[in-house]
Design a protein around this ligand. Structure first.
Ligand code: 15L
Length: 268
């Protein structure tokens, strides 16, 4: 199965760049979007390039026109002052869902984040039904995005898989990443499951590879059939050669790591 035209927001970001070529397998046409300043304009044959500021409601409406599914990675991806998060993430996700409703889009994959539950401790194992404990404005905006997804499913039947992405980089670089690393191949497979599994309603899934010592249980997302194939174990020796952080260091205490102690950026 394939979509006719899939929209990828955040196409100029770390994961967007990785996913651009990989999404060719999932749709005849991929419309790629980001702020003009970060969007590489060279389009592959299967791509349409359309710069857009997610804070601009009319521009997002035009962006979504003609698409039959959306992979929404766009927005601020780290902790930042509230006003920046408000524009790109909070208004942005509203604009995406409102445009999806207006244009009859039936499936969204929302790049949520582990920072929705970042204040759980690293000795706890949680699942997607546990209370959210966002670790900053960024995590809060992802929590809001998940609520938006639920609202638009309950009211309008637009289905979403919210992927609480762990740590998706070429390698697992520290102890925390050993638990939450998500390889690019496993991310791609999770996207495939999220785009093509029928009847997902609003499903929340943690995006992690088949790592040892994980903090997240995906029991409520079993219907996605996601079976990760990679593991952070290959990086363990190099990571464990690093000095052990102090027991009260946020990077060792909390699942959200440093995000639990970054900002606020407002003057004291
Ligand atoms: C995120 O949500 C960030 O977008 C990413 O850059 C990483 O910092 C990741 O979380 C993480 O928790 O490691």
């Amino acid at each position: 199965a394939q979509y006719r035209r899939l929209l990828l927001t955040g196409a100029g970001g770390g994961l967007g760049k990785v996913l651009r070529p990989r999404l060719a397998a999932f749709a005849a046409t991929v419309r790629v979007s980001d702020l003009a300043a970060v969007l590489a304009q060279d389009a592959a044959p299967h791509e349409e390039v359309q710069p857009c500021n997610l804070a601009d409601r009319a521009a997002v409406d035009a962006l979504v026109t003609g698409c039959d599914a959306i992979v929404h990675l766009g927005g601020v991806s780290v902790e930042r002052p509230f006003e920046e998060i408000l524009e790109a993430n909070i208004k942005g996700v509203f604009h995406i869902y409102e445009a999806a409703r207006r244009h009859g889009v039936k499936r969204v994959v929302f790049a949520s984040s582990n920072h929705v539950t970042g204040f759980y401790r690293q000795d706890q194992v949680i699942d997607s039904h546990d209370l959210r404990r966002p670790d900053g404005y960024y995590g809060l905006s992802k929590s809001y995005g998940e609520d938006m997804a639920q609202l638009y499913f309950d009211r309008y039947g637009i289905e979403t898989v919210s992927i609480r992405i762990g740590n998706s980089f070429p390698t697992a670089k520290d102890r925390r990443a050993l638990a939450c690393w998500l390889s690019y191949d496993d991310l791609t497979e999770l996207l495939r499951c999220s785009l093509f599994t029928p009847q997902v309603g609003h499903t929340v899934v943690y995006g992690m590879s088949d790592n040892n010592g994980v903090w997240w249980n995906n029991r409520h997302a079993a219907h996605l059939g996601f079976a990760p194939r990679d593991s952070s174990e290959q990086f363990r020796a190099a990571v464990e050669a690093q000095p052990l952080p102090a027991a009260d260091d946020p990077v060792r205490m909390y699942q959200g790591g440093m995000f639990t102690a970054t900002g606020p950026f407002e003057p004291q």
